[in-house]
Write a protein that binds this ligand. Sequence first.
Ligand SMILES: Nc1ncnc2c1ncn2[C@@H]1O[C@H](COP(=O)(O)OP(=O)(O)OP(=O)(O)O)[C@@H](O)[C@H]1O
Length: 387
Amino acid sequence: MEGGDAPQDRSPRLAALRLRDLRTYEEADLELGPGLTVVSGPNGAGKTNLLEAAYVACTGRSFRAAGDRELVRRGRDAAHVAVEVERPGFGRATFTVGLVPGDRRRLRVDGAPVDGLLDHPSRPLLSVFLPDRLALVKGTPGLRRAHLDQVVLALRPAAAAVRRRYVDALRQRNALLGQLRAREVSPAAAATDLEPWDRALADAAVALTGARAEAVALLADPVAARAEELGLAGELSVEYRPRVAGDAEAFRAALAERRVGDLERGFTHAGPHRDELALRRDGRAIARFGSQGEQRLCLLALLLGEADALQAETGRRPVLLLDDVMSELDATRRERLVAVLRAGGQALVTVTEAAHVPHADDPGVGRVEVEPGHARALRVSTIAEVA
Ligand SMILES: Nc1ncnc2c1ncn2[C@@H]1O[C@H](COP(=O)(O)OP(=O)(O)OP(=O)(O)O)[C@@H](O)[C@H]1O
């Protein structure tokens, strides 16, 4: 992040967390500082549960797609999680989420019921590293597309309408393809029926492709810079590879070219729902040519680069929730990662032993100790002195 002309930091952060009967926790009350906080405890103690609780409180949903029955502590009927968020210039707000299996989740801001938390101006953006999320680097293009679209939305909230328009047009075109297929309509006759949907789909595709390309252009440099900072050997590149590039006419031509195949299979083959976000190191796919540790560094560089781009574009840096992030990193990379995390923004990092995090004992680094059923703050972090 080029400090000089960056917008003023308006990032909301987590100031306190209160849990009641959520997963392993009967009761936990924690104050959280603005910088790096190390959350340590033995296997199964509830470290991931704590990050999940923060996520639930800020969004109303779990990052593990868990249902309320899983989230509520065994043997209890209801769970409650609250987060106090602080946003520079706006003061504090308290988000609470009440979970009763079989009932609607009860969301409140400062005690007043709300339909959702996602659009609240004080809601912290969250960026989550879970070991499972390595699938983003190693897994299918669909995971990366979905992730990219989330980043697009965070960078340009108005793009939500663009994506919806594309998804609707695709659904309608696919439904029509299914009907035409069932009626065994010839490709020539089907072309007339499909024409208006091809137009709608092509227009939406151009808008979506444009939004994705713009987002990737904003990410590419920060991600490469973070990869280098973290000590990933070689040069990491993030490239957007649309299946069909060009204007609406080019999309319509691509649709026409694949019409016979589309009718045979009953779905649309060409378009942004087949795009790829390529993560490459020195021109080679990191998924195939990277080690475990390198893939981990790649995911971290992606998340950190996204945070940089978001901060540069919106003035708001996401809070990083990093679960079991130190595994597979050597001492040098751990040192580098901690230096990056201490240099700005709020981050919660879980580890089994605090000693796995270099400088965990420094007074500026926050410490939370988790043992089954409980969590307590040993020390509250402060913002690192590094600009
Ligand atoms: N609803 C629930 N009620 C009670 N316990 C639960 C509930 N859901 C999960 N658990 C328990 O939470 C524990 C897992 O917690 P968590 O994943 O946070 O551990 P962790 O500290 O991150 O461990 P590790 O270091 O192994 O990753 C398991 O022992 C699981 O049985």
